[in-house]
Structure formats: structure tokens, C-alpha cells
Design a protein around this ligand. Structure first.
Ligand SMILES: [Zn+2]
Length: 260
């Protein structure tokens, strides 16, 4: 069984979540983690996780969707309220993080992410982290906060040294569609060399298209294709790899490791 640890099945381009989930189940993807992106999306995320037992959620503010005129203080205090009142199916804080490749004030991103770290620490929840060209910033903010609740750095691309520092901070490395591209040599080498206990799989659907599906929306049902690529990069047997990835995913979100 597979666990898609990062997919936005609430996005309109994926259509009816029920259909997406059914197609995923048919492809052996039996659990999914749906991270919110904006304050507006929290209600829908909460509703989806309450309707579908295979889906778990995270609440947060994605750096992409921050804006200079947003009521930041009020959004963050409402995030605090939403987490305080969360259902048991909300198992993480995110999607949150930093992105050096977008035109959003970096200081604002840091302020918002720092508050996510504080809330995750306070509610003893792991973080679902977005990081583009910002691994060192993420690391120093987590270190300053003495953050120790774990989490996933999703859609990881980068060097082995960066990955190992994140793992030492207690984070897992989200392995997505980028490893399906032969040109992603550095990331493929990194993922091949990391301890298996540190890896989890994700599609980031509808984003991060898998090789062969460029220009199309990505879907959780394609997670096994990422698994196949990972299998080629690693030395473990298919069963070893599959069961350890499942275990790692349940572990990071503190879910029972049952129903294999
Ligand atoms: Zn995402």
C-alpha cells in the first residue's frame, strides 16, 4: 500500500475528490495527506477529511498565496483557532514554508512561517514544509525555535548535504515526480543515498507532473510511478521499500501503522 503524503485534491482542476480518491485507492494509494494552501481552503480541507476516511489534512498558509495587503495578524490568529478546534483528522500544520523564487516579500514569508513553527510546536503537530532555494533558512528557523515535532520537506530537490541536515532536524524528505526525470541527476543521486527511514512519497497533485505526463494535471493515482523510479535508484527489494515508506509516512503524521 502507498501513502501520498502531499496532494491537493481540493483543487478544482482535479474535479470531484471522491473520484480522485477512488482512482487512488484502485492504484493501491490507500492514504492521502491534503495540505491546505490558503485560509479560504481550510473549511473545504476540513470537510473533505471528515467525509473520506483515507484522507488526512493539514492547515496552514502557503507562501505563494501571501499578499502585501493581507490581514496577516488576523489570519495567523485564526489559524491558531482552527488548530485549537481541529478534528482528529487534521494531523499537521501546513502547507507552509519559504520560497526564494517567487515575488512575495521574503520578510513576510519568514514572519508567517515562524508562526507556523510556533503553532506546530504548541499543538505537537508535524510541519508540511515548502522550501525552494531556502533550505538553510528553514533549518535556522527550526533550530532557533528548537522545533522537535518532525515533518516533511515536500518535493525535495537539492544536495545530499542539505537533505542530511534536514533529516538531522527530525524531518522526512518528500520524494516526488522530479526523480522521474533523468536530467534531475543531483536529486536522484541524493535520494539514492539517503537512509530509507527518512523518505516518504508524494505526488503534489495537481502539480509536479511525472515524466511522460508533462502538460497534464498530476494525480495521486500516479504515485506508484514515482515508487517504480525510486525502486530503480535504491538497493532494497520492492516489498522492503514499500513497507518502510508506508511506515515512515504513518510515523511522521502519528497515524496507526495498520491496514497494510
Ligand atoms: Zn503543495
Amino acid at each position: 500500500m502507498f501513502f501520498d503524503t502531499h496532494c491537493h485534491i481540493d483543487f478544482a482542476e482535479l474535479g470531484d475528490p471522491q473520484m480522485t480518491i477512488q482512482q487512488a485507492m484502485d492504484a493501491e494509494v490507500h492514504r492521502l495527506l491534503l495540505p491546505a494552501t490558503t485560509q479560504k481552503s481550510w473549511a473545504n480541507v476540513t470537510s473533505i477529511v471528515s467525509r473520506f476516511p483515507s484522507v488526512y489534512g493539514a492547515l496552514g498558509l502557503h507562501p505563494y498565496f501571501l499578499s502585501p495587503d493581507m490581514a496577516m495578524t488576523s489570519s495567523l490568529s485564526q489559524l491558531d483557532d482552527a488548530l485549537k478546534q481541529r478534528s482528529r483528522r487534521i494531523v499537521a500544520v501546513g502547507e507552509c514554508g519559504l520560497d526564494a523564487m517567487i515575488d512575495i516579500d521574503f520578510q513576510q514569508q519568514v514572519t508567517v512561517f515562524t508562526e507556523h513553527i510556533r503553532l506546530a510546536q504548541h499543538y505537537h503537530l508535524p510541519l508540511v514544509i515548502h522550501s525552494r532555494k531556502t533550505h538553510h533558512h528553514i533549518l535556522s528557523l527550526l533550530k532557533n525555535a528548537q522545533f522537535d515535532e518532525g515533518g516533511v520537506v515536500h518535493g525535495f530537490t537539492g544536495s545530499e548535504q542539505q537533505a542530511r541536515q534536514l533529516i538531522e532536524r527530525g524531518l522526512k524528505i518528500g520524494v516526488g515526480g522530479s526523480i522521474t526525470y533523468s536530467r534531475a541527476q543531483k536529486t536522484r543521486r541524493t535520494i539514492a543515498s539517503l537512509p530509507l527511514e527518512s523518505l516518504v512519497l508524494e505526488t503534489d497533485a495537481p502539480d509536479m507532473p511525472i515524466a511522460g505526463f508533462q502538460g497534464k494535471s498530476n494525480h495521486p493515482e500516479r504515485l506508484p510511478l514515482i515508487f517504480q523510479c525510486l525502486l530503480e535508484l535504491r538497493s532494497e527489494t520492492p516489498d522492503e521499500l514499500k513497507s518502510q515508506l508506508w511506515h515512515n509516512s504513518c510515523d511522521v503524521f502519528q497515524l496507526p501503522d495498520t491496514a497494510r
